[in-house]
Design a protein. Structure first.
Length: 589
């Protein structure tokens, strides 16, 4: 199979899934859609039923006297979101906003389109319904910046641990019975398991041999090393926020969930109080009001878009769009994301026909690593997500062409290398990038997608660091295992890198520019410290908060879903305390 055939198969499968979705096979699971009416009033309006919005709505409705309207532009998660093995078919589909980056003329030099696809979930659960499952919390050092931005020590790692545990139901007894078990919860809504296929053990030994630690648990806040990861999979089902936090409470009478409804604007009175929202549904536009607060949880792209459409944002930009200013704030600026560089190693020969993976498991055998150039510093410089494909060119094509969107020529080279070989595919991320992007309005029409500039590699230090981290990572080829089976780093034939000597710093910098993608860890577009205060309230206005990845003052050294969850858990408590409705969240078994 070549790239064209692989893409054709993907499109055919997606077409079949659209037909199945029309049958509403999962509709029985979800609560009846609330038909909202013009001038309806609720205590809270939560915009977006994604990772954060689902959690906030769940926790606020623990008080039966509090009525919450949860507004979602998408709808019921189709069955393919539940099945881990279906992950390649979720992006660029009806449950994805299908946003793309603006072409900066510099990065993504060897992608098919010259720009990056920026997957973002348009469905209950948001991006937690389409992400890649890794449960990684980040390092304690990441959260020091949260403390500084909020001027509040309650955002420290140590003070957030109870919120991590509150969401979590870890079912791995080896971890729970170990010294690190104290960092994990067993009564939360979200079931977490570990990916434990033994094929990864030989790789862990190889990395240990060249000087890296091998650990069982990377989520203790102060750990570097390589490990078999924890994942958002429980009972064979993706543990999205919809599955975890909405499904168990669908019968709560005070939770009002409306789907396929888009919020176009936040409504303010003449004292800059957020009174409610203007929404569109089925071609009609009307207003809904909140007695207490409007909480925006629309994600790192749509939250800044909504604020700016409502007059909250950079004055010059909003004036250029003809939007009346409510508050002049740096909304949409300083976006962060983890740039992904795709590496590959060709390993042992095998004529083994790959057995079909259980679709209820993590899709591909995997391990992860948090590492630093100088491990004595105690916190990571980069994160690697490592996937093992054994004599499986088809899977390699799916990863390369569908997930990463690299040039067809690169994908063909990767698939050819995987014929009769085991291939280790690595997604390397700089943990805390310096480069920043931005989100701007395209127009004042809510139907228009935002303009998204990733800013990838706009600071040259990130390019230099990426190359240095690759050089350290590939030292694993000096291990006994790699030497004994003739393991080697793949150097793709990249037209832009011709004439550069392999394995030099200049070569790897060129490689990064050509073999990069996003890990869709977008954050910080409505960050604490500049747009929000330490309680996630929007500065300069009243009765308005932003609770999602955009609220993070900086990204974390990890896949960000766990960090967004902890932010939402804490935010829910802040909201409840202010309303004199605070109570300790119950455990769910």
């Amino acid at each position: 199979m070549d790239v064209a055939s692989s893409l054709a198969v993907v499109q055919a499968v997606k077409g079949a899934l659209v037909v199945l979705a029309a049958l509403g096979l999962t509709a029985y699971k979800w609560s009846t859609d609330t038909v909202v009416t013009d001038d309806a009033v609720y205590d809270y309006i939560v915009v977006g039923a994604g990772t954060a919005g689902s959690i906030v709505a769940n926790r606020l409705t623990e008080n039966p006297d509090v009525h919450v309207l949860l507004v979602e532009s998408g709808g019921d998660p189709p069955f393919e979101t539940e099945v881990p093995g279906m992950f390649p078919f979720l992006t660029k589909s009806a449950i994805d906003w299908n946003y793309v980056s603006e072409d900066d003329g510099y990065s993504a030099q060897y992608h098919r389109n010259g720009y990056l696809d920026l997957p973002s979930g348009k469905v209950y659960g948001g991006s937690s319904s389409i992400h890649h499952f890794y449960y990684v919390r980040g390092h304690a050092n990441d959260y020091k910046a949260w403390v500084d931005a909020a001027a509040d020590d309650s955002w420290s790692w140590e003070n957030l641990i109870p919120y991590f545990k509150k969401s979590e139901c870890l079912v791995d007894q080896d971890i729970l019975n170990s010294p690190t078990g104290q960092y994990h919860g067993t009564n939360g809504y979200t079931v977490i398991t570990r990916e434990l296929r033994e094929i990864s053990l030989k790789y862990l030994e190889a990395f240990q041999e060249v000087g890296n630690k091998v650990v069982d648990d990377i989520n203790t806040g102060y750990t570097l090393g390589f490990t078999r990861p924890m994942v958002f999979i429980g009972n064979g089902i993706r543990q999205s926020s919809a599955e975890s936090f909405l499904l168990p409470i669908k019968h709560r009478l005070n939770l009002h969930l409306t789907k396929e409804t888009t919020v176009d604007k936040i409504l303010f009175d003449n004292k800059k109080n957020a009174m409610g929202v203007q929404v569109s549904r089925n071609g009609k536009t009307f207003n809904i009001y909140a007695r207490k607060e409007v909480i925006v949880s629309a994600g790192a792209f749509n939250s800044p878009k909504l604020l700016m459409l409502s007059g909250v944002g950079p004055k010059a930009h909003l004036e250029s769009m003809g939007i009346e200013i409510v508050a002049d704030l740096p909304v949409g600026e300083s976006m962060e994301d983890h740039l992904a560089v795709v590496l590959a190693h060709k390993l042992e020969k095998t004529d083994e026909t790959p057995k079909p993976e259980n679709p209820s498991d993590f899709p591909i055998p995997t391990f992860i690593g948090l590492d630093a150039l100088d491990t004595d510093q105690g916190y990571p410089d980069y994160l690697t997500l490592n996937l093992i494909c054994r004599n499986n060119p088809t899977n390699l094509l799916l990863l390369c062409a569908t997930v990463f969107g690299l040039h067809n020529d690169v994908c063909e080279q990767l698939a050819k290398a995987g014929q009769g070989r085991e291939i280790l595919v690595t997604v390397l991320n700089v943990a805390r990038p310096i480069s920043r992007g931005k989100v701007l309005l395209r127009s004042k029409d809510p139907k228009d997608p935002p303009r998204i500039y990733t800013g990838f590699l706009s600071n040259s230090t990130d390019l230099e660091n990426n190359a240095a981290y690759i050089e350290k990572f590939i030292k694993v080829t000096d291990s006994s295992y790699f030497r004994n089976i003739g393991g080697e780093t793949l150097h793709f034939d990249l037209p832009n890198c011709k004439g550069l000597e392999k394995n030099t710093r200049d070569y790897w910098k060129c490689y990064v520019l050509n073999m990069m993608d996003t890990t869709f860890h977008y954050s910080s577009t409505c960050r604490m410290g500049s747009v929000l205060d330490g309680e996630l309230k929007v500065l300069g206005v009243n009765k308005l908060r932003v609770v999602d990845a955009s609220s993070m003052p900086n990204t974390v050294s990890a896949n960000i879903n766990a960090a967004v969850m902890v932010l939402a858990e804490k935010a829910a408590d802040l909201i409840k305390k202010e309303s004199d409705q605070y109570n300790v969240g119950h455990c769910v078994t």
